[in-house]
Design a protein around this ligand. Structure first.
Ligand SMILES: Cc1cc2nc3c(=O)[nH]c(=O)nc-3n(C[C@H](O)[C@H](O)[C@H](O)COP(=O)(O)OP(=O)(O)OC[C@H]3O[C@@H](n4cnc5c(N)ncnc54)[C@H](O)[C@@H]3O)c2cc1C
Length: 484
C-alpha cells in the first residue's frame, strides 16, 4: 500500500455536493483532495435527476432544506454564468386536480412565502388554461423563478474550477477505510493511504457507510428509486409542470420537465429498493409514469419516447413513513474533524453551493481558513457550434476545421467539441464522460450513428486500445477483441 502526502481536507464523493465543497474550499489557503469511487464525477444522483432549480416552497420552514434551497435558487443564475453552465429560468406550474389538491397548493404557497420564495401565485382554472391550453386540472400554483439546467455539466464545471484552483481529484478511488489518530485521519482510497486533518463525507447513498468507517454509526440511508422517460425534442411545454404533491410520498410526484437541451422528461417514480446501485428501468413503473403524464398533459404519445433512465434518492425517511427528513450537515462531536453530510436528497443540487458554504463555515471553526487571493471562480466550457450565429460558425470552421465535421447528427456536435470533451481537465476518457460533456449520442438515434465514431476518436486520436474503451469504467468495455 502506498502512502500519499498530507492534505488539510479530504472530501469523499464527487457528486455536485462534493465538487461544490471542493470549489468552496479552493477559495482558501488549504490543501484539498477529493476521492470519487467512479471514474468520473456526477456518477450518482447528481447525474440522474429532474435537473430543476427548485424555488424552495416544498420544504418545511426553518429546515436546512428550505433555507439552503432558497439561497441556492437565488444564486443559481449568477453561478451558472460564472461556470459557463447552461440553464434557463422557465417558471413552473403545480397543477391541482381536485379540492384537496387546491388546499395543498394554498398550503404550499403559504409555506413558500414564509421560506422567502419570490412571486408565488395561485391561478384559477381559466388562468391555467390560458397559460397551458393542453393541461388538465382545475387550478395551479405558479413559481416564476424555478428553472432547468444541465446537472452533469454543472458538477463537471464545479470540479474543473476546483481543480484549476488547486484541488487534487482522485477518480476511481473508492474509500474503504478511515482511521482517526491524534494528528488527524488516515483515509484509504483506491489502495492509497491519504493523511488529512479533516474529512468531509459527501458520499450520497453511501454516506452512512462512510460515516461508519470513521466509527460514527447510527445513520441509515434508504435508497428510493426514481425512473424517467426521455421524450424526443419538442416545444409543447415551456416550463415544468408538477401535480400537487401527495402527503408522505417519497418524491414530488410524476412531473413533466422540458430539459435545457430541448427534450421532455417524464418522472420520477418513487420506489424504495434494497440495492442503492440498482438503476434499472422497469416496465410496469414506466407504464404508470406514462399514464400519469398523460393526465397532466393530454396528447402525449409513446412514440415520442427515445430513452429511459433512473436516479436513486438517499432518503433518511424509512419506507413506511415517506416524506422528507432534513439534511444532516454537521461535524461529529464523537469524531472531531469529520463533517458528515447525510440524506442530501432533493433539493440537493439547487442547494449544493449553500451546503458547501455551510461546510466551509463548520470547518472554519476549527482551523484557519485564510482567503486565497489567487482564487478565480470563472470557468469556460466547450464552445458549442450549434449555439453560434452563422457568421460565428464560419469563423470557427475557418480557425479549426474540426468544427466543420458534425459527428453527432441528432444534436449537431462537431469533432472539435468532442475533442474538447476528450481533452477534459479531469482526464476522463469514458464514453459516458465524453457523451455528457459534449452532449453527443443523446438524440433520437441514441448513439447509433456517432458512438462508433467517438470510440474511433478514442482509439486513433488518443491511443487507447479498442479493448480499453469503456462506457463507464471497469466492467463496461465496448469491445472484447478483433474478429478480423
Ligand atoms: C430522482 C431524483 C430527482 C432529483 N431531482 C432534483 C432536482 O430536480 N433538483 C434538485 O435540486 N435536486 C434533485 N435531486 C437531488 C439531487 O440529485 C441530490 O440531492 C444531489 O445530486 C446530491 O449530490 P451528492 O453529491 O450529495 O450525491 P451524489 O451525486 O450521489 O454523489 C455521491 C458520490 O459519492 C461517491 N461515493 C460513494 N461512496 C464512496 C466511497 N466509499 N468512496 C468514494 N466515493 C464514494 C459516489 O460514487 C457518488 O458519485 C434529485 C434526486 C433524485 C434521485
Amino acid at each position: 500500500m502506498t502512502a500519499h502526502p498530507d492534505y488539510d481536507i479530504f472530501i469523499i464523493g464527487g457528486g455536485a455536493v462534493g465538487c461544490a465543497v471542493a470549489r468552496e474550499l479552493a477559495r482558501y489557503q488549504v490543501t484539498v483532495a477529493l476521492a470519487e469511487a467512479a471514474p468520473d464525477v456526477a456518477a450518482g444522483a447528481s447525474g440522474r435527476n429532474s435537473a430543476v432549480i427548485h424555488a424552495g416552497f416544498n420544504n418545511r420552514p426553518g429546515s436546512l432544506m428550505a433555507a439552503l434551497c432558497v439561497q441556492g435558487s437565488r444564486g443559481f443564475p449568477a453561478l451558472c454564468d460564472e461556470l459557463d453552465v447552461p440553464y434557463k429560468i422557465t417558471g413552473k406550474l403545480l397543477v391541482a386536480f381536485d379540492e384537496a389538491d387546491l388546499a395543498t397548493l394554498r398550503r404550499l404557497k403559504d409555506q413558500g412565502d414564509r421560506n422567502g420564495c419570490r412571486g408565488l401565485r395561485l391561478l384559477d382554472r381559466e388562468e391555467l388554461r390560458a397559460r397551458l391550453p393542453r393541461t388538465g386540472g382545475i387550478g395551479a400554483m405558479e413559481s416564476p423563478f424555478t428553472g432547468v439546467f444541465d446537472p452533469f455539466q454543472y458538477t463537471v464545471a464545479l470540479a474543473e474550477n476546483a481543480k484549476a484552483n488547486g484541488v487534487d481529484f482522485y477518480l476511481s478511488h473508492r474509500v474503504t477505510a478511515i482511521e482517526k489518530g491524534p494528528e488527524g485521519f488516515a483515509v484509504t482510497a483506491g489502495g492509497t493511504v491519504f493523511r488529512a486533518r479533516r474529512v468531509v463525507n459527501c458520499a450520497g447513498l453511501h454516506s452512512a457507510e462512510v460515516s461508519a468507517l470513521a466509527g460514527i454509526e447510527g445513520y441509515r440511508i434508504y435508497p428510493c428509486r426514481g425512473e424517467y422517460f426521455i421524450l424526443d425534442k419538442t416545444d409543447v411545454l415551456p416550463m415544468p409542470i408538477y401535480p400537487a404533491p401527495k402527503q408522505g410520498a417519497g418524491g414530488l410526484g410524476v412531473h413533466l420537465t422540458p430539459t435545457i437541451h430541448g427534450n421532455l422528461i417524464i418522472g420520477p417514480s418513487a420506489e424504495y429498493i434494497d440495492d442503492p446501485e440498482d438503476t434499472a428501468s422497469t416496465g410496469p413503473v414506466l407504464d404508470r409514469l406514462f399514464r400519469e403524464a398523460v393526465q397532466l398533459l393530454p396528447g402525449l404519445e409513446r412514440k415520442q419516447i427515445i430513452g429511459a433512465y433512473c436516479g436513486v434518492r438517499p432518503k433518511q425517511a424509512p419506507p413506511g413513513e415517506g416524506g422528507y427528513w432534513d439534511f444532516v450537515i454537521r461535524e461529529e462531536e464523537a469524531c472531531p474533524g469529520l463533517v458528515n453530510l447525510i440524506g442530501i436528497e432533493s433539493p440537493g443540487l439547487t442547494a449544493s453551493v449553500p451546503i458547501a458554504r455551510m461546510v466551509a463555515e463548520i470547518l472554519g471553526r476549527g482551523m484557519d481558513l485564510v482567503p486565497d487571493p489567487s482564487f478565480d471562480g470563472h470557468r469556460t466550457g466547450i464552445l458549442r457550434f450549434k449555439d453560434q450565429a452563422p457568421a460565428a460558425q464560419a469563423a470557427l470552421i475557418a480557425a479549426d476545421p474540426d468544427y466543420g465535421e458534425v459527428i453527432c447528427r441528432c444534436q449537431t456536435v462537431t469533432r472539435a467539441e468532442l475533442r474538447q470533451a476528450i481533452e477534459n481537465p479531469l482526464g476522463v476518457k469514458t464514453v459516458a464522460g465524453i457523451k455528457y460533456r459534449a452532449w453527443a449520442t443523446t438524440g433520437r438515434c441514441q448513439g447509433g450513428y456517432c458512438l462508433p465514431k467517438i470510440a474511433q476518436m478514442l482509439t486513433e486520436d488518443y491511443g487507447l486500445a479498442p479493448e480499453e474503451v469503456t462506457y463507464r469504467g471497469e466492467g463496461s468495455a465496448l469491445f472484447t477483441g478483433r474478429v478480423k
